[in-house]
Design a protein around this ligand. Structure first.
Ligand code: TYD
Length: 627
């Protein structure tokens, strides 16, 4: 029997329906948060600014308490309840709650509703999170989870803009959330294939999320930096309620749009700069932006600065999520946002305005960013300003002199079945034909010890190898390779062509496995004494094509799922994009001879004059080199 594989996880109709329901539900929650905070300020307006500010703080506090008290229970209790029923009840309960608030018109009920809506949302979230694995095949789970996180946050700017329109149109504030919950309930009602109960708890609690980062110094620094940006967002959201409903909607919308853009383009920003440095700098910029927002009176400038703040925060998160590899920061971020908003809003009331509170938070975020930067810095000893300036000019700043060797070092990289081995051989033949001393080699396994390491590394039976051990074994093979083969050949002036080098470890162990790319880079810099190829040729072939080209039994790495190979490819391309002067990227699906011609054209530019062996006549080969 052949199983038809959907091209995209959203082609699975039951998941698509669930996902649309999740989107509507998240949209409803954001709209509710906006509406309840504004209503809190409105029903207490008669008592003055200070009590309004405290009232707004109370709404955030109610949500925070619900998240802290019920957050850890929602998962474990949720798996015992009927999922579809939980989602339905949660949707309809939130609908009723949010509709009742304007009718009751009392502050107590606003706070109670905020608490109850959050509780319902927690159970609903847990129910849909545990439903996803039942509707989606395992290899698509990561994609599905990513889509889930996308709608949880992606709906925030949409909600803010919708909210602005609704409030500007009159007192329609809660109509949006009520409608969103109704849509969600309808979708859930028609959902089929949802298992009743059981399964694993999918949503990590705040504490689990906090701990998931582990004891690694750098990872903790990243966590601190990311939470600092959330604090800045929380402060801004907390005080802007007090500026009136429309202004509030605009600010939250601007923030959300900025974050979305930052998240999307984050990996393409200042690609020459170390990612961890970029993270630190972005966090400091978020703090600075908040400080300036505090001092500027003009509303349109505030909106622009808010977009900029969101953008920097988004960039920091893009980098941070890539480094930490996961969405487990989510519950911690949520609680941080609520906590800061709950504190900053009343603080603004006590100081008679938002200026001092925002300045204080901005200052703290800047300090936090600077400390995080110091912690995560992977280029210690290299001036940050020079690094940054070089990156702004589109160059990579390399301090000191790189040790000069007479030979030329070229690496071929690419995924499984990309064709790089064939191409590296063809290049070696072409160069030898021109009289060059060429050493053609490969990793892993080009030394005596290396051959034994290779046997361990590629043995399909060796499934239990831990990612760190794997990275160290590849690095050990590489250290031998550089010491015994590559180094001596370069010393004597040879052209060395290797099939795979450090980038393979960055892509396979760094991006493929859950290792910090900065650590993999450090280990390899040490193993190779910093020796980098003059040129790396990346033969870029989609894994879906490359993997079908392989013959024979799959080795340990080849048998990884497609998703693993996709990550590897992405990382290779990222590395190449970050230093175009040292890379040639060739489309691996082109005909063989077209690829070799492209490679030859580029290699020609970096060739030294040939040093032929004595017996050879070079007169005939000289013109061929520079023509
Ligand atoms: P190999 O049989 O040499 O095949 P290929 O033609 O793909 O190079 O296998 C090398 C395998 O080792 C390949 O699957 C990639 C993997 N690898 C790493 O994971 N990290 C590394 O640092 C290196 C050099 C290779």
């Amino acid at each position: 029997m052949t199983v038809r594989r959907p091209a995209h996880v959203l082609d699975i109709s039951s998941f698509r329906r669930l996902w649309m329901a999740m989107s509507a539900s998240s949209l409803g929650d954001w709209l509710t948060l906006l509406a309840l905070t504004v209503l809190a300020a409105q029903v207490t307006a008669a008592n003055g600014y200070q009590s309004q500010a405290a009232a707004v703080g109370g709404v955030f506090l109610a949500k925070l308490l619900a998240a802290l008290l019920l957050g850890p229970l929602a998962g474990p209790i949720g798996v015992r309840l009927d999922r579809r029923m939980t989602m339905l009840v949660a949707d309809l309960a939130r609908l009723a709650l949010v509709a009742s608030v304007p009718l009751a018109g009392s502050y107590t009920w606003v706070v109670a509703a905020a608490f109850l809506v959050e509780c319902a949302a927690l159970f609903r979230g847990a129910a849909s999170d545990t439903t996803v694995p039942a509707l989606v095949p395992t290899e698509r789970l990561e994609e599905a989870t990513r889509l889930g996180v996308l709608v949880t946050y992606g709906t925030a700017p949409v909600a803010a803009l919708l909210f602005t329109v609704l409030t500007a149109a009159g007192q329609w504030m809660v109509a949006g959330s009520a409608l969103a919950y109704l849509v969600s309930a309808t979708l859930v009602f028609t959902l089929r294939g949802v298992p009743r109960r059981g399964g694993a708890v999918a949503t990590p609690s705040v504490l689990e999320g906090w701990r998931a980062v582990g004891a690694d110094r750098r990872a903790r620094g990243v966590r601190a930096g990311l939470l600092a940006t959330v604090a800045a967002g929380g402060a801004l959201v907390g005080v802007s309620v007090l500026a009136g409903a429309v202004a509030y909607g605009v600010v939250v919308g601007a923030l959300g749009v900025g974050v979305a853009i930052g998240l999307f383009f984050g990996s393409r920003v200042l690609t020459q700069l170390s990612r961890l440095r970029l993270l630190g700098v972005s966090v400091v910029a978020v703090g600075a932006a908040l400080g300036v927002i505090a001092l500027v009176g003009d509303r349109s400038v505030v909106v622009m600065l808010t977009v900029a703040l969101g953008l920097c925060a988004g960039v920091a998160w893009r980098v941070g999520l890539d480094v930490l590899r996961g969405a487990f920061m989510e519950p911690v971020a949520r609680v941080t946002l609520l906590l800061v908003a709950a504190v900053v809003a009343p603080a603004a009331g006590l100081t008679g305005g938002a200026v001092l509170a925002l300045l204080a938070v901005g200052g703290l975020v800047m300090v936090g960013g600077a400390l995080a930067l110091r912690r995560v810095d992977d280029r210690k000893g290299v001036s940050l300003s020079e690094d940054l300036l070089a990156a702004l000019r589109g160059e990579r700043y390399t301090p000191g002199d790189v040790e000069e060797v007479p030979g030329v070092f070229i690496a071929f990289e690419g995924g499984e079945g990309s064709g790089k081995t064939t191409q590296s051989r063809l290049l070696a033949i072409w160069l030898r034909d021109q009289g060059y001393d060429v050493v053609q080699t490969r990793e892993p396994g080009s030394t005596k010890i290396g051959m034994r390491l290779r046997a361990i590394l590629l043995d399909a039976a060796e499934k239990g190898l831990s990612p760190r051990a794997e990275a160290l074994l590849y690095a050990a093979d590489r250290a031998e390779h550089v010491e015994k083969v590559i180094g001596p050949a370069l010393e004597r002036g040879a052209l060395v062509i290797t099939d795979r080098y450090v980038d393979s470890s960055l892509a396979y162990q760094g991006a493929g496995r859950s290792l910090d790319p900065a650590d993999v880079a450090d280990v390899n810099a040490w193993a190779t004494k910093g020796l980098l190829p003059r040129l790396t040729v990346l033969i870029d072939t989609p894994p879906s094509i490359g993997l079908t080209r392989l013959g024979g039994a799959a080795d340990r790495i080849e048998s990884e799922p497609l998703d693993f190979h996709e990550r590897v490819r992405k990382e290779f391309r990222k590395l190449a994009a970050a230093a175009p002067e040292r890379y040639l990227v060739v489309d691996g699906t082109l005909p063989l001879d077209e690829i070799s011609r492209t490679v030859q054209d580029r290699v020609r530019d970096i060739l030294p004059d040939p040093v032929p062996s004595e017996s050879e006549d070079i007169t005939g080969t000289m013109p061929a080199i520079r023509d």
